[in-house]
Design a protein around this ligand. Sequence first.
Ligand SMILES: Nc1ncnc2c1ncn2[C@@H]1O[C@H](COP(=O)(O)OP(=O)(O)O)[C@@H](O)[C@H]1O
Ligand SMILES: [Mg+2]
Length: 307
Amino acid sequence: MPAAQFTMDNNRPLIDSNIPELELLHRGKVRDVYAIDDDRLLLVATDRLSAFDCVLPTPIEHKGAVLTTLSVFWFSFLADITPNHLITADLDQMPELIRSREELRGRTMLVKRTKPFSAECVVRGYLEGSGWKDYKENGTVCGHSLPPGLKHCDRLLSPIFTPSTKAATGHDENITQLEFVKMVGHDAAAELKARTLAIYKKASAYALSRGIIIADTKFEFGIDREGDIILIDEALTPDSSRFWDASSYEPGHSQPSFDKQFVREYLETLDWDKTPPAPPLPPEVAAATSERYLKAFELLTGRQLVQ
Ligand SMILES: Nc1ncnc2c1ncn2[C@@H]1O[C@H](COP(=O)(O)OP(=O)(O)O)[C@@H](O)[C@H]1O
Ligand SMILES: [Mg+2]
């Protein structure tokens, strides 16, 4: 991979990006999306962190750079399975207007603008979250029947595709395979499912060899100007996936989150009702969390983001 793709951020945490010359299409929990023109978008991963669905006021140093550079790594790793939207993540290769904004360095992707499918492509290799809840209640996960007697966080014999809606606000909702087909069309449904499972198979096996379990993850796809289906958004980051430390994995109970565990543990000690505004994090919790994001990056890519 060219070294330029591993440029780090400018060492200054960024909570909200501000590019007045561009139209801000969307400020998500973590990322800010700008329109460059009809064909291109700018995805800025800030250092915002969300926990219990609330954005915290304390930035996590280098988090935006980790999300961006890890996605770039996976796009390249998965190129034999799927094309993707990345044009460049190198600030020096971006349009003039962006190039001068040092605060965007390392955390920004210039991407092909697509027409996104309205469903999220979720794949689960382990039983956690809404999958575990569904299994406990119904013995199935989104219509997939599973053997009885599985424990919390057990590994599934084979990964399952469990698409969901893309809720503009609130929680995404799981949908059936039939609803998925109705939303995206018959041919696209088969393609998205096959690609999602193929990506998960390759990426999760690799991650495991590096000490990280990707318990589940979510992809988005879109249709580009040529009419091709391409992988968009971020890919296989701690924010779009459940990462667990393989060395301490033990089914039968919930697993510590590789990246957010310190934050969750700290927030659980507070008398906070988990509705906004979220409380600030103590510096040591923020620093430990930053370390975890960097560690995930280092384990997965074999590179160091911050020297
Ligand atoms: N290449 C692309 N073309 C069109 N839309 C994209 C592309 N890549 C990402 N997006 C969209 O950008 C948005 C990113 O928002 P996100 O940061 O995930 O916020 P949220 O917290 O609302 O999920 C998503 O709606 C996603 O569909
Ligand atoms: Mg999203």
